[in-house]
Ligand binder design. Sequence first.
Ligand code: ZN
Ligand code: ZN
Length: 76
Amino acid sequence: MVMERNQQPPVQRFRAPGNLPALSSSLLCLTCKQRPSIMLLLPCSHLAVCDQCARTTELCPRCTRPVMCIIRTVIL
Ligand SMILES: [Zn+2]
Ligand SMILES: [Zn+2]
C-alpha cells in the first residue's frame, strides 16, 4: 500500500493548467510588456522583445549582451 503511493511520479504537476499563465507571461516583450516577444536576438538567442521594440533594441533586455542580429519567429 505504502509503496504504491511512493511510486506515483510527479508528472501531473507538468500537466497542470496553472503552468500556462506563467509560460505566456514569460513570453511577453521585456521592453513594453504588452506584446508577445517573437523576435529572436542573436547571439544570445533570447526571445525578449516584440517586433515593435526590436527596431530600437541594441542590447538584449534579458542579458544585456549586444544584439548582432534579430530573427522574427512565428509561434502560432
Ligand atoms: Zn515590445
Ligand atoms: Zn539575451
